[in-house]
Design a protein. Structure first.
Ligand code: SF4
Lengths: 506, 178
């Protein structure tokens, strides 16, 4: 009986918070919060995001059976709350980050090491009502150990090989085989939650569009939709379709480059060149259509900043025709090169059970059987008109993560074809009204669900905002994927995950 | 069966490369900035060859995407003798992106110290100039110059591959000029 209660039924014991749209928000006291944590152990509710405020912790949950989404808030004037970590290991790093930033301590967890805070900031708990003086010296991070005959450590980073973002990776290896990998992140923490408190709408949109540059359209989209939900702004239909066009272009550009880069890490460099050329075609088309190669700052609350001219649409259709042919040629090459398959098949396997425990999405989730896609559930326009298919594989290895990308590129090409022919005319922007309110929105980036929560002030500014990156639930799984593989396959596994450092570190 | 890779290689032999022909001229502002920065003596040393180590000191990763782009066959940076290396100990130039975060400042400083002289620092992107839209945060030190001396700025958010090429060519010209 208890196991079958739905999320919304369960939360009805809480106090509903007005003016939170489109999903409800409930405030739970300590008892109800603890009961919820208990229920999490048996219920199919996944954690979508978790963040703080000076005296409150917030949690966005999804009921996997009914697809309902709700935000749960728990006031903690004592700056303590009962941890979710036992029921949901995916929350451990989020709780550590919340403690670092807002000084709210999770109770009942073993891992108390700081996460984003490296002991270098000018004050500790920088976003708390009362922050503390700085640490006396940078923290020494106590990496987990592995002991045994012939085990050795390999420290890598933060400045590690290639053109890549910084992080530290600590390997314990036995000969060539990785026994344990532990990540240390937080190097590119920019204090984004702080910068987004009490700022103008334009400035907030710019910053959220730069949480993770490769997913800038998805972030801007999630932010714009959260703001529009909060203030009840209805955008013109054409803007909805233009946004989808940019989002699918972004997905293709990132996927083709990832495919090339993974193959390059398996010493198959021709694929990187081939895919680099394809990516360049997409970015140039973006530039011609919207005036920016990555479409940064093109999706804004109220619509988009630029319309697409008729000739632009025709030029893109023409370009995509040749693109598809080149892409399929590359796929043939991928499929028919045994020395490459030898590296990707069976490498870096993530078991499906772990994917579900962590609620991981994107190609990492889909390669291991979890076909969650925000474009379908909760879903947002215009995808309900486009018969989206979402690929899923069961193998969970590097090859499966690439296969998902190949499928998604084809699907996005198809979607773009339909978007270009079915897009309605009309205006592309309306001025967003000034109103107070709260909103939450989800957008599917190329790597998974981006969640943005926002609280708007009456003067049209942003009072608070929290962006959440899908990488939070994928980074920990990389540690599992590499176990038992050889050290030399780490770049391959890492690239097949392609987690965002910047999006995670915030 | 003819392997697909042979087909692709053959097509490119017949059709010619993707590489763009008209190279952007070296950025004139950059040349001036550099002329001030470089002493006469170091200019002749490197010929027309530079090794670059990229350092992300806190970027949003947008700048990295365009650095990857200048290495693709369309822009093909290596034909100018400029290449990216894995270790700062092999580098002449550090190409630094992002506002420098507090957590990366020491790593950037140490990377600079590990780079043998003569060395140059190029700050790439609006963030690297002054922190960009992240300036003022408790977790951000500011532009790259706040931590290590900077010889050249490449503007843009992110700079386009053409801007990056123009900036690096300006650097190469100044280094090579007798
Ligand atoms: S300059 Fe722009 S693209 Fe580059 S790191 Fe800064 S925000 Fe990102």
């Amino acid at each position: 009986m208890m196991g079958n209660i739905t999320l919304l039924e369960f939360l009805s014991v809480g106090q509903p918070v007005a003016e939170h749209r489109p999903f409800p928000r409930f405030r739970l006291d300590s008892r109800a919060w603890r009961a919820m944590v208990g229920q999490l152990a048996v219920a199919e509710w996944s954690v979508m995001a978790m963040w703080g405020e000076p005296d409150e912790v917030h949690l966005a949950l999804r009921d996997e059976e009914t697809n309902d989404i709700a935000v749960v808030s728990h006031p903690c004037p004592e700056h303590r709350y009962y941890s979710l970590a036992r029921a949901r290991p995916s929350a451990i790093r989020l709780e550590r980050a919340i403690h670092d930033l807002w000084g709210l301590a999770p109770l009942g967890v073993e891992d108390r090491r700081p996460w984003l805070d490296h002991g270098r900031w000018p004050r500790r708990h920088p976003l708390a009502a009362h922050s503390l003086p700085p640490a006396e010296a940078p923290f020494r991070y106590a990496f987990l150990t592995a002991e045994g005959d012939g085990l050795h450590q390999i420290p890598v980073g933060p400045v590690h090989a290639g053109v890549i973002e910084p992080a530290h990776f600590r390997f314990h290896a036995q000969g060539e085989t990785v026994v344990r990998l532990e990540e240390r992140l937080g190097y590119v923490h920019k204090g984004i939650s702080g910068l987004l408190s009490g700022t103008s709408l334009d400035q907030a949109a710019r910053i959220v569009g730069r949480v993770s540059g490769d997913a800038t359209v998805a972030y801007s989209l999630a932010f714009a939709r959260a703001v529009e939900a909060a203030i009840g702004c209805e955008i013109p239909p054409r803007a909805v379709w233009l946004r989808a066009l940019m989002a699918e272009m972004e997905r293709i550009a990132n996927h083709v480059f990832d495919i090339g880069a993974v193959c390059n890490d398996a010493a198959f460099a021709i694929m990187l060149s081939h895919m680099g050329v394809l990516r360049e075609k997409i970015l140039r088309a973006n530039d011609a259509m919207f005036g920016h190669r990555l479409c940064m700052d093109r999706v804004v609350p109220g619509g988009v900043t630029r319309d697409l001219a008729e000739e632009g649409a025709e030029a893109v259709k023409h370009l995509l025709y040749g693109f598809r042919k080149d892409f399929e040629r590359a796929f043939q090459m991928y499929e028919n090169t045994p020395s490459l398959s030898d590296r990707t098949l069976g490498t870096g396997i993530v078991p499906t059970s772990l994917i579900h425990r962590f609620g991981a999405g994107g190609f990492v989730g889909r390669a291991s059987g979890r076909g969650q896609d925000a474009r379908r559930a909760p879903g947002y326009p215009p995808y309900q008109h486009l018969d989206l298919t979402v690929p899923a594989y069961a193998e969970g290895d590097v090859n499966a993560r690439l296969a998902v990308r190949f499928d998604e590129v084809r699907e996005s090409l198809r979607l773009i074809g339909r978007i270009l022919t079915e897009m309605p005319g009309g205006s592309f922007w309306v001025p967003p009204p000034h109103m107070a309110g709260e909103g939450l929105a989800v957008a599917e980036s190329f790597r998974g669900e981006v969640v943005v929560w926002v609280r708007m002030a009456e003067d049209g500014g942003v009072e608070r905002c929290h962006p959440h990156d899908p990488s939070w639930f994928q980074w920990p799984l990389l540690e599992a994927a590499i176990e038992g593989n050889i050290v030399a396959d780490f770049p391959l596994c890492n690239k097949s995950f392609n987690c965002s450092y910047s999006g995670h570190d915030l | 069966m003819i392997p697909p890779i042979s087909k692709i290689l053959f097509r490119h032999l017949v059709k010619g490369p993707h590489t763009m022909r008209n190279v952007p001229p070296p950025d004139p502002d950059g040349s001036e900035e550099l002329a001030r920065a470089l002493g006469e003596t170091v200019r002749a040393r490197l010929g027309r060859s530079l090794s670059i180590r990229e350092v992300d000191a806190g970027s949003c990763n947008g700048c990295e995407l365009e650095i990857h782009a200048v290495n693709n066959p369309v822009y093909d940076l290596e034909r100018f003798g400029i290449r990216f290396v894995a270790s700062p100990r092999h580098a002449d130039v550090l190409l630094v992106t992002g506002p420098v975060t507090v957590n990366m400042a020491e790593a950037l400083r140490r990377t600079y110290e590990a780079t043998p002289g003569p060395k140059w620092v190029v700050a790439m992107g609006d963030c690297a100039r002054d922190g960009g839209c992240f300036a003022g945060s408790y977790a951000v030190v500011g532009g790259v110059h706040a931590v290590v001396p900077v010889d050249l700025h490449i503007p843009g958010c992110p700079p386009s591959p053409k801007q990056i090429l123009a900036g690096l060519l300006a650097l190469l010209d100044s280094v090579a000029a007798k």
